[in-house]
Ligand binder design. Structure first.
Ligand code: AMP
Ligand code: ZN
Length: 442
């Protein structure tokens, strides 16, 4: 990355959530990538500014062409779409806190940035990069931007008509690869705004152009998102942003690979969508998610499992316990191997391995171990200095544990799950291993 000097702030934009459902652990993997970058830069003494948008309008569903994800969910929950948006937005912030993601400098909402988007669209029309149609929509003219395809490799001549469109009714486009900046409201009555082209709503890609250019002064050093956003979202955003400012807006695009769960893509239909709340219900520390994710490289596809999360939770506890036995000093020491691993494209698995080596090392004094772990924790965000609570079980808790063990032996799974949830509420985590049930305080 062309790193600005230390006086200059590193400007980062990370595509945020579409707030029509809770963020799953895959989404959080991408948000954690941005957090890791922020922490690594800060550790290096850089000033950082992070903007993360909240998409609460205009993101169409792949499953139902022409349906806005939010409006669809609002119909399902029989609630006002803005109420849905605020509900899931609050859930998103709660999840970020639970996994120790440092707050961004701002979280602009698409629905509150409409004027800025309208101005950006007007600029694109006046410079010949966009056109309005008789039906009241505005499209980006893909052929007006010769550099299209540079991030994803999808050049315009390779995009055949009939590749998936974002909206069902795009008959008024001049060219099949053009995309909507503004969509005429048509029959839609909710989440529509007045515009110079009539009532309508913004396309998804334009919000990121409008917000990133405005809030980061047209200089985005790093733009982060999941790999699925590379095309068309980021390819289209790049064309829009570069067309507005006349040069490359983003110095570096960083795409995190996807997370699978138990070997499969997370999807509602497969029933394997995992949320932070599911970890908590299982009695795991949410930071076990962070731990497990850090054990993999962001560029590699990763298969997360409950076994990996249980193991991460156990190691996290072991490290916290060890930290307390290594003393109580606030001294920090940078370990060269860790610093080098991070500088080499965020090699977090190597950092975790190094910490395991130091934990077991006989050549490091306890105080040194503690100081290295404390220093690394500023990067890892695992709350390693958190004291482990030790207090005795109440008779009721012992009874619950015994009943749970009995239910498991009797293969009464629904009862054993029910008791596990009750124990989790009491702050007790259960781990099922080959030797039966074990427990720990959450
Ligand atoms: P969304 O809320 O669907 O707009 O997605 C928010 C972010 O999560 C985007 O950067 C996506 O690329 C990313 N994302 C979606 N699914 C996954 C996944 N399974 N693993 C990692 N990142 C994902
Ligand atoms: Zn975006």
């Amino acid at each position: 990355m062309p790193v600005p000097n230390k006086e200059q702030t590193v400007n980062i934009y990370c595509c945020g959530p579409t707030v029509y459902r809770d963020a799953h652990v895959g989404n959080l993997r991408t948000f954690l990538l941005a957090d890791l970058i922020v922490r690594a830069l800060k550790m290096d003494g850089q000033k950082v500014k992070l903007i993360q948008n909240i998409t609460d309008v205009g993101h169409m569903s792949e499953d139902f062409q022409g349906e806005d994800k939010l409006l669809q969910q609002a119909q399902l929950e029989k609630r006002d779409p803005f109420e849905i948006a605020r509900k899931y937005e609050a859930g998103f912030h709660q999840d970020l806190k639970r996994i120790n993601i440092l707050a961004a400098d701002s979280y602009p909402r698409a629905s509150e940035t409409i004027d800025l988007m309208l101005q950006t669209i007007a600029t694109l029309i006046s410079s010949g990069h966009a056109y309005a149609t008789d039906q009241g929509s505005v499209y980006f003219d893909a052929r007006s931007f010769p550099g299209y395809g540079a991030i994803s490799g999808n050049k315009l001549d390779a995009l055949k008509p009939g590749h998936r469109f974002e909206y069902g009714d795009e008959g008024d486009k001049r060219f099949h690869a053009d995309w909507a900046l503004w969509k005429s409201a048509g029959n839609r009555t909710e989440m529509v705004w007045e515009s110079p082209w009539g009532k309508g709503f913004p396309g998804w890609h334009i919000e990121c152009t409008a917000m990133s250019l405005k809030l980061l002064d047209s200089r985005i050093d790093l733009h982060v998102g999941g790999i699925d956003l590379r095309f068309p979202h980021h390819e289209n955003e790049r064309a829009q942003s570069n067309a507005v400012i006349g040069h490359e807006a983003v110095a570096m695009w960083v795409h995190g690979e996807h997370l699978l769960f138990e070997g499969r893509k997370m999807s509602k239909s497969s029933g394997n969508v995992v949320l932070v709340q599911d970890l908590i219900t299982r009695g795991l520390d949410p930071l076990a998610l962070r731990f497990a994710l850090l054990e993999n490289r962001y560029r590699s596809q990763m298969d997360l499992t409950w076994a990996a999360l249980d193991a991460a939770n156990a190691t996290l506890r072991r490290w916290r316990t060890a930290m307390a036995t290594w003393g109580d000093s606030d001294e920090v020491i940078a370990d060269e191997e860790i610093t080098t691993a991070i500088a080499k494209d965020l090699d977090t698995p190597r950092v975790m391995l190094r910490l395991r080596t130091i934990e077991k090392s006989t050549s490091h004094a306890d105080a040194t171990k503690r100081a290295i772990f404390l220093h690394a924790d500023a990067l890892l965000g695992l709350d390693l200095n958190r004291p482990i609570e030790v207090h005795p079980l109440t008779p009721e808790q012992s009874e619950l544990l015994n009943s749970r063990a009995a239910a498991r032996i009797a293969k009464n799974w629904s009862e054993s799950d029910r008791l596990r949830d009750l124990l989790a509420l009491a702050g007790i985590a259960i781990n099922d291993g080959p030797d039966g049930q074990s427990w720990s305080w959450i």
